[in-house]
Design a protein around this ligand. Structure first.
Ligand code: GLV
Length: 387
């Protein structure tokens, strides 16, 4: 059993164990990948203020996200194709999350269906939707999520069209993978992954195949996105979805103060300051640089979460200090899942919690709820005064 001390350890194992097509899907940003890179590197331009001689016994990272108790301010983000990273991946990740005490968000573009995850877990999970043209399918999707007792709806508002990720096009990304000489040669070197996949029936988009009509290529994420997603989305339509769900709603993909104000106006409970992990608008600012102006504008009106770029507990701490009530991790847990299944997701969560707990203590705090901006040393111009 390898000794895992960091998210990077999991990433290295992940790269070795999972077919290149799915590693690349996870590890890509759009076009030049500038935003993808800066999401992580900008965290490192923000410094933590060391404090000493403070009683740091009896620490806790427990807090609340949208009123739910969480072991730390981290939820598992919706990630498409998770069941291709590891057989039954969504079920494994959801189980790890529930045992750890953090929310799991199931993507519409998952391999395991809403019902698969509900049947294999005890606690309610969150469900993510895109904004789709087929209202009937959309309504049925929300009914299925209600029936599965999902405790929040995460509406992705930044993906009506898809940013181009070069590697996915070159690899011919699909679920299940198309069998070409290249993909077969690569999969032959991933025995553990292949055995897992042979042992499950869940190899297709479980929420879509058999549920949606008029899907021309049921294995292709980009084809379905182009056909089914609603490019005419506006705030009235988002409001209609918020009303349709009639429960907790989180709007994911907010990077602008005006949009954050609209999110509060349409009655969402929270927003995620997110640039989709750098996978959509390449050239957008990193989320850690963006969050402050959004917190200043709407922090008293709506709960604010942050994703994109978090690879360590220190990043979670910095996001909290800048006003995020919670964070979401995507790649950091997918590395764990691809590396070691459910246990790998647990490892990713443990690594992050340990880093968060110790870093919080070094900053002189023993309760995550007491952490403020004072723990940071913020370089001039970091949050920007943008023209
Ligand atoms: C889907 O949301 C993706 O970023 O691939």
């Amino acid at each position: 059993m390898p000794v895992i001390t960091s998210i990077d350890d999991l990433k290295r194992l992940y790269k070795r164990r999972v077919p290149k097509m799915f590693y690349d899907y996870c590890e890509s940003g759009s076009w030049t990948e500038q935003t993808f890179r800066e999401n992580t590197s900008d965290f490192q331009s923000l410094y933590l203020r060391q404090r000493v001689a403070v009683d740091i016994a009896g620490r806790s990272t427990a807090c609340k996200m949208i009123g739910q108790d969480v072991a730390m301010p981290v939820a598992l983000a919706p990630v498409g194709l998770t069941g291709m990273q590891c057989a039954d991946g969504e079920i494994k990740a959801a189980r790890a999350a529930e045992k750890f005490g953090v929310p799991f968000t199931l993507s519409t573009m998952s391999i395991c269906s809403i019902e698969d995850v509900a049947e294999n877990t005890e606690k309610p999970f969150w469900f993510q939707v895109y904004t789709l043209r087929d209202q009937d399918f959309m309504r049925r999707l929300l009914d299925r999520a209600k029936a599965a007792k999902c405790s929040a709806l995460v509406i992705t508002v930044d993906l009506q069209i898809m940013g181009q990720r070069h590697k996915d096009l070159k690899n011919g990304l699909s679920a299940p993978p198309k069998l070409t000489a290249k993909s077969i040669a690569n999969m032959m070197t991933k025995a553990r992954w292949g055995l897992g996949m042979l042992g499950t029936k869940r190899r297709f988009f479980g929420n879509i195949v058999g549920h949606a009509t008029g899907v021309s290529d049921p294995g292709s994420l980009s084809a379905w996105t182009a056909e089914a997603f609603d490019q005419t989305l506006d705030w009235n339509k988002i409001k209609a979805m918020v009303d349709m769900w009639d429960g907790k709603v989180i709007l994911k993909g907010i990077m602008d103060v005006q949009d954050a104000k609209m999110a509060a106006q349409v009655g969402a409970d929270a927003i995620v300051v997110s640039n989709h992990g750098g996978r959509q608008l390449d050239g957008a600012l990193s989320t850690i640089r963006t969050i402050s102006e959004i917190v200043d504008a709407v922090g008293d009106k709506i709960e604010i979460h942050l994703d994109s770029g978090i690879r360590a507990g220190q990043d979670v701490l910095k996001a909290r200090a800048l006003g995020a009530t919670g964070t979401m991790i995507g790649r950091a847990y997918i590395y764990g899942l691809g590396a070691m299944g459910e246990q790998g997701v647990t490892s990713a969560l443990s690594v992050i919690q340990k880093e968060l707990d110790l870093s919080m203590a070094f900053c002189g705090h023993r309760d995550i709820n007491s952490v403020t901006r004072n723990i940071l040393q913020i370089p001039k111009g970091f949050t920007g005064h943008w023209e």
